[in-house]
Design a protein around this ligand. Structure first.
Ligand SMILES: [Zn+2]
Length: 252
């Protein structure tokens, strides 16, 4: 199973990107097999081997990779290579950089991995957007920060939503459904046979529309990782004990 890429990003020569799958690694069950996260209980040496294999595919130095200690927040960090590296991931849910050969990584197992690119100013960003992060506006806030800190114009920014849990597989209780609706994201909940389901990507799309990101610059891969659990880790489908896939973006 080849990793997934976005046609929107693939024809830009100054970046490289991909979304990994759970296949092709060496981790054992329940992290079988290409788990990239250290905090889930997997064997550390196996996780490092999986990371090393990815460096060969994407051609980067593992020490330079910046991943995150993700906390379902709206905290955004501008990467400082002197402080942030593979052994020192910052605590945040989005990363931005204008520096070459610094791969940015977001890890997920149901939440939405989001890759952002400004091809005019050559700025990249990644974000981790589950229900909490999406509700806090991690994606539009990251785009605004790209604009404030690096002069990115919103009309130039490309946004890709990677494999994540779809409304098809994300049932929520009435309380969460109400909370989402009351926050103005009424489109995100559907009532089907008395059950509530949540479409996190619909929240993100609504925010991108409000920000006036051109729709043709948004690529939602529309892969539900729970429906495709044989290919992707899913926190829900795997009953919580599972690995993490990754979205990776780097300026070359
Ligand atoms: Zn599904």
């Amino acid at each position: 199973m080849k990793p997934k890429t976005s046609a929107l990003l693939s024809h830009h020569n100054s970046i490289t990107h991909l979304f990994t799958t759970r296949m092709g690694g060496i981790s054992k069950s329940p992290f079988m097999s290409n788990n990239l996260a250290f905090h889930v209980g997997d064997d550390r040496d196996d996780v490092i081997t999986n990371h090393q294999n990815l460096t060969k595919q994407m051609n980067y130095n593992l020490a330079n990779l910046v991943h995150m200690q993700q906390i379902h927040s709206d905290k955004i960090i501008i990467v400082d290579p002197k402080t942030h590296n593979f052994d020192n991931p910052p605590e945040c849910d989005a990363l931005i950089t204008n520096q070459k050969n610094i791969p940015l990584m977001v890890m997920t197992a149901d939440c939405t991995p989001v890759l952002m690119y400004d091809p005019v100013k050559q700025i990249i960003a990644v974000a981790h957007a589950g229900r909490a992060g999406a509700m806090k506006g991690i994606v539009p806030k990251t785009i605004q920060k790209m604009s404030e800190e690096f002069g990115s114009e919103i009309k130039n920014i490309l946004v890709v939503l990677g494999p994540s849990i779809g409304a098809c597989c994300y049932e929520v209780g009435e309380k969460i459904a109400e909370e989402v609706t009351q926050s103005g994201y009424g489109l995100a909940t559907v009532d089907e046979n008395g059950r509530y389901s949540l479409d996190v990507n619909a929240i993100i799309h609504q925010q991108l529309k409000a920000l006036e990101v051109p729709p043709e610059q948004i690529d939602d891969l529309r892969i539900c990782n729970a429906c495709h659990n044989e290919t992707y880790f899913s926190y829900r489908a795997d009953k919580q004990k599972t690995g993490r896939i990754a979205g990776i973006l780097m300026l070359k």
